[in-house]
Design a protein around this ligand. Structure first.
Ligand code: UT7
Length: 333
């Protein structure tokens, strides 16, 4: 039988991990043939953070989650569900249970969700379903990725873009539904534009049985195609979400997009006629941290005291799959 709480959804806390090791464009230009000028002009990125020895997806995800739990005024023991959006787990069987143990959230069920750079938005929407059906009351949604593990550090077209990070929010059951709308999309026919793919060799095991064993290969991306896809599909999906929410772009106080490229942020904001001071960007400091980028950016504006209770926030992710999606919610209890 379902337990009954308020069936509305609210987003009540945020957190992010503090990574100390930084790799700036100047240092990166000693690794590949690039320059601060090229990277900053084409992407807006000045530096990125890299997980150091002793840091792993579990520890960084747990740090971000603990920050969100604290801000929501909860204890780890209050958490019913942990969804970890990641494409770079410590363990291919999933890292969410390791995060659960690290937090001491012993009542929580925990699982991983993979939707690349859209993972955090997909995970928020997933969490909302459990809350709206009255099954769970307190949910932690984490976006965490250590793309440095899978970056080809000899490929200047991709290695300058990515960084490591983790961010999280707490979503809670509430009397009023503050998740105003969402829209999620996928297009697998463009899958080959962005991959971190498994490649294997057949190896004869016995008789006529061969196994396929290999490993994942570093990230490959058709940057131009992804760029075109993002500037077309992201405004569309936000407009659809606004329509569902019966809101207009004027109602958006904060636009928190996946931090892939400053030019994409600018193009999306321009298309939606959203002024730059309402568009959150931390690209210069973090680069593209995949599933972590939206919750890190959100946490930074929350902790800077800029986001007020009741502010309307639009989040939108896009990336490998291809996947893309948006959600619009009001901040706070
Ligand atoms: O999180 C998933 C979502 N990912 C994205 O949203 C990424 C979307 N794509 C992009 O952001 C852009 O396409 C990039 C930033 C990846 C590339 O920018 P671009 O303006 O599309 O550059 P390009 O790939 O067309 O390359 C232009 C030139 C090329 O030289 P030639 O062939 O014109 O002589 C590249 O070889 O820039 C060269 N180039 C570089 N030069 C210096 C490519 N990367 C670099 C580099 N440093 N790091």
């Amino acid at each position: 039988m379902l337990q009954q709480f308020g069936n509305g959804v609210s987003v009540t806390g945020s957190g992010s991990a503090k990574l100390t090791t930084q790799l700036d464009n100047e240092a990166l230009s000693q690794v590949v043939d690039t320059s601060d000028e090229w990277i900053a002009t084409r992407t807006g990125i000045r530096k990125r953070h890299i997980a150091e020895e002793g840091e792993c997806l579990r520890t960084l995800a747990a740090e971000a989650a603990q920050g969100a739990i604290d801000l929501a005024g909860l204890e780890p023991g209050d958490i019913d569900l942990i969804i970890l959006a990641t494409s770079t787990p410590d363990d291919l069987f999933g890292s969410a249970c390791q995060v659960q143990a690290e937090l001491g959230a012993s009542s929580a069920v925990a699982f991983d969700l993979t939707a690349a750079c859209s993972g955090f938005v997909f995970a928020m929407v997933n969490a909302a379903q459990f809350i709206r059906t009255g099954v769970y009351r307190n949910v932690v949604v984490i976006g965490a990725d250590l793309l440095s593990r899978w970056t080809d550090w000899t490929d200047r077209r991709t290695c300058v873009l990515f960084g490591d990070g983790a961010g999280a929010v707490v979503m809670q059951a509430s009397d009023r539904d503050r998740l105003r709308g969402f829209e999620l999309r996928s297009n697998g026919s463009m899958n080959s534009c962005l991959n971190l793919s498994y490649q294997s060799q057949p190896k004869k095991l016995v008789n006529d049985v061969a196994i396929q064993q290999g490993t994942f290969q570093p990230i490959t991306m058709n940057g131009r195609e992804i760029y075109k896809f993002a500037v077309k599909r992201v405004p569309e999906v936000i407009e659809k979400t606004l329509f569902r929410a019966e809101l207009t772009t004027d109602d958006i106080d904060w636009l928190v997009l996946h931090q892939a490229n400053q030019r994409i942020l600018d193009a999306v904001a321009e298309r939606l006629h959203i002024p730059a001071d309402r568009v959150v960007s931390n690209m210069a400091q973090h680069g593209n941290t995949s599933a972590a980028s939206i919750p890190i950016a959100l946490d930074e504006v929350v902790r800077a005291g800029k986001v007020k209770g009741g502010d309307t926030i639009a989040v939108a992710g896009f990336g490998a799959g291809l996947t893309w999606g948006a959600a619009i919610f009001e901040w706070g209890k």
